[in-house]
Design a protein around this ligand. Structure first.
Ligand code: SDX
Length: 436
């Protein structure tokens, strides 16, 4: 393999160094391109641009491979709990049973909120979107931990482990309290005996007249959902977290920004959009056949399909599709939306429009069916995605904050506005004179 890339430009030849990753991915290092050539690269949407080197997650989109710290997602999904994978992503290693028990205890110990935080729920409008509330309250939460939010990375990093555990724990409480505030229900607290995800469901749905304790199947389905969302390298929201961190901002502020980025329908908001899409197909009495034609003509978008990186089946979608079948049958439920989703997948995977564009189901295509079966309201779906993604955001913030070579993320642009113009007419100048 070549050791450099050669560029011929304006009558000159340039040699650009290569950066080769541990999975033999090659990056052409253009860090001094502008100094050498006066030109910049142009890559709207960064589809061909590496913003950093990272050791957290590896994706091979062509082969449908996803690994966290070297472990295949299929194996992690089969053998681990969400908290064990969170430990792997945040601390860089799978925990021993003793480490996992200690981590679980620390997470449980952190599952409380300063009562001052409760008052925020009184001032949001009743129809405020849960993602707007979550993003706001994560920043507000940081105000109670000045030792973790000094915006001096060296100092903030001294509290990294504590902050990581605190955020992984409390994001559940913020989500559950958002739901209960909207339902006009009193807040519910965790039970010491329940593991991470079962405790979240308990805090969401428990009633004053009887405890809600999820079945093992339901708790497992949501725990698997969280695990499969734990990290996904430089996606839009994680890149946002890194962008904000690169300016020196603390973990809470960076993650609050990540939540806002995740909200968009092209990103984490797609799981809500998929359910709305399936519901509208069901309401139209269509089995998916008409909708596929609409998607091909561009009058509709097959939400939950397509991906910037996966040009093969998203391995998470495969696992979630099976999990949706399992949780529905274990609950003795049928969901027409699953039948429609399966039909859409069957039609799309054999249609040239989707095949040529390498459009396959992504993580959002089946995930909403699981959340619906569990009773999570649609407007909380992307909040579930955020709970799952929390470990990834935390680990990426640390990669930026702990790298002494981190430079502030400040991309260039190609300007296409007005060139220098003669100054405005006399009228404007006289107006300025009057207002001076
Ligand atoms: C997530 O990046 C991550 O890792 C994200 C994520 C994570 O874990 O963080 O995996 C989570 O965000 C998954 C993606 C969820 N979004 C959706 O499901 C929304 C529907 N998908 C699309 O909007 C789209 O596929 C994107 C946004 C996901 C990717 O868009 P790209 O890479 O910019 O592709 P594109 O828009 O340039 O599309 C290429 C072609 C176009 O057709 P042509 O102009 O070539 O004729 O494919 C078409 C698009 O119109 N196309 C679709 C389509 N997605 C792309 N056509 C119909 N339905 C779709 N879903």
């Amino acid at each position: 393999m070549d050791k450099t890339a050669k560029l011929s430009y304006n009558g000159k030849e340039y040699e650009l160094p290569l950066i080769v990753g541990t999975e033999n991915e090659v990056g052409i290092d253009v860090r001094d391109l502008r100094a050498k050539t006066g030109a910049i690269t142009y890559d709207e949407g960064y589809a061909n641009t590496g913003s950093c080197q990272s050791s957290i997650t590896y994706i091979d989109g062509e082969k449908g491979i996803l690994r966290h710290r070297g472990y295949a997602i299929e194996e992690l999904a089969d053998k681990c709990s969400f908290l064990a994978v969170a430990h792997l992503i945040v601390h860089g290693k799978l925990p021993t049973q003793q480490e996992l028990d200690a981590f679980r205890f620390d997470v449980h110990k952190n599952c409380t909120l300063h009562t001052g935080m409760h008052r925020h729920y009184e001032v949001f409008p009743a129809d405020a979107h849960p993602m707007a509330i979550l993003s706001s309250l994560l920043n507000a939460l940081g105000c109670y931990y000045p030792q973790m939010t000094s915006n001096n990375h060296k100092r903030d990093l001294e509290h990294y482990e504590e902050a990581a555990t605190l955020l992984i724990s409390k994001v559940r409480l913020l989500a559950a309290m958002t739901y209960r505030a909207k339902m006009g229900m009193p807040f519910a607290y965790p039970k010491r005996s329940l593991p991470y995800t079962a405790n979240f469901l308990h805090m969401m749905f428990t009633e004053h007249y009887e405890d809600y304790l999820p079945t093992p199947e339901v708790a497992h389905a949501l725990d698997l959902f969280f695990l499969l969302h734990a990290d996904h390298e430089q996606n839009c929201s994680t890149s946002t977290v890194r962008m904000v961190a690169s300016g020196g901002a603390n973990l809470f502020a960076s993650i609050s920004a990540g939540v806002s980025a995740l909200w968009g329908p092209s990103h984490g908001g797609a799981n809500m959009a998929v359910i709305e899409m399936l519901e509208s197909i069901e309401k139209d009495g269509d089995d998916g056949t008409r909708f596929i034609e609409a998607a091909k003509s561009g009058t509709a978008r097959l939400m939950g399909f397509g991906h910037r990186v996966y040009k093969n089946y998203d391995p998470r979608a495969k696992i979630l599709g099976l999990a949706a079948e399992n949780v529905l049958s274990q609950m003795g439920k049928r969901d027409k939306k699953l039948d429609i989703a399966r039909k859409l997948e069957e039609l799309a995977l054999t249609d040239p429009y989707f095949i040529e564009r390498k459009l396959y189901p992504n993580v959002d295509f089946y995930s909403g069916i699981i959340l619906s079966a569990i009773g999570i309201p649609t407007n909380m779906f992307t909040v579930m995605f955020a709970i799952g993604r929390m470990p990834g955001w935390i680990a990426h913030w640390k990669e930026v904050a702990s790298n002494p070579k981190t430079k502030i993320y400040r991309p260039r642009q190609v300007y296409n506005g007005e060139v220098l113009r003669k100054y405005a007419c006399d009228y404007t100048s006289s107006l300025l004179r009057v207002n001076r």
